[in-house]
Unconditional design. Structure first.
Length: 125
């Protein structure tokens, strides 16, 4: 009997706890606050952002350069595991999908690379 009463009391307490304790109202049409004005970027800020873009581009370029080495090392590990009798089909499929993604992304990166190095280049689409 005590267990039933405790269970009913516990369910009641949790039910009451889920009810909202305060009301929320939307702002009316007479809200007079104005959103902040758009700020213009200064020359210094634009230069800082451009330097940041160049650093990101350089890092991405290095990553693309190192990808072939990375893929070769992973392929060696997969080959060794396969020679030892391990099932490597899933890992090989993942590496193949990764390689396909890299090859799909490479032309996009090279197009962006051309634009970043020479911003006056016009792209056609």
């Amino acid at each position: 009997m005590f267990k039933k009463i405790s269970l009913v009391l516990l369910v009641t307490v949790f039910s009451i706890a889920t009810l909202p304790s305060s009301s929320v109202y939307a702002s009316g049409l007479s809200d007079e606050t104005t959103p902040p004005e758009k700020t213009k970027l200064s020359g210094e800020r634009l230069e800082e952002l451009w330097v940041r873009v160049l650093k990101i581009n350089e890092g991405t370029s290095k990553k693309f350069e190192n990808l072939e080495n990375f893929r070769a090392k992973i392929q060696i590990i997969i080959d060794k595991a396969s020679e030892n009798g391990n099932d490597t089909l899933a890992v090989q499929a993942a590496l193949d999908a990764f390689s396909a993604s890299v090859e799909e992304a490479r032309p996009i990166f090279e197009g962006a690379q051309a634009f970043i190095v020479n911003p006056n280049v016009k792209t056609t689409k």
